[in-house]
Design a protein around this ligand. Sequence first.
Ligand code: ZN
Length: 129
Amino acid sequence: MANQPRPRIVCPRCKGEKTISGMVCPGFRLVTSECPQCAGSGVLPPHRADWWKGGNACRAYRKAEGLTLRKAAELAGLTAAEYSRQEQGMTNPEPIFKAIVQRTADAIDWEKLLAEATRRTPESPAGQG
Ligand SMILES: [Zn+2]
């Protein structure tokens, strides 16, 4: 079994700095805290790297669809907070993928496709040779 370890990926959120800075209420103070994406390690474990890539793909798809985060979350049956976390790769974005697949499948007119496919199918080349 060739089960090679995958390369460690520098955390895209903190750029390997292990901490992130941001303004917080109240008072709009600048606070530096441990990066939640990599848990302060500066690198992403493989599953988190996959989540990150998947989340980015989900965000790109949502923007291409012209959906707001709130609307996309509603369509996926998720809260906006859950949806946002999945897009950021903080949690597994699989529910978003499933929702996209379901939405895409629902948008297809299967009856029409089947009718066209049946019409286009050439006569079976029975008894060739
Ligand atoms: Zn990080």
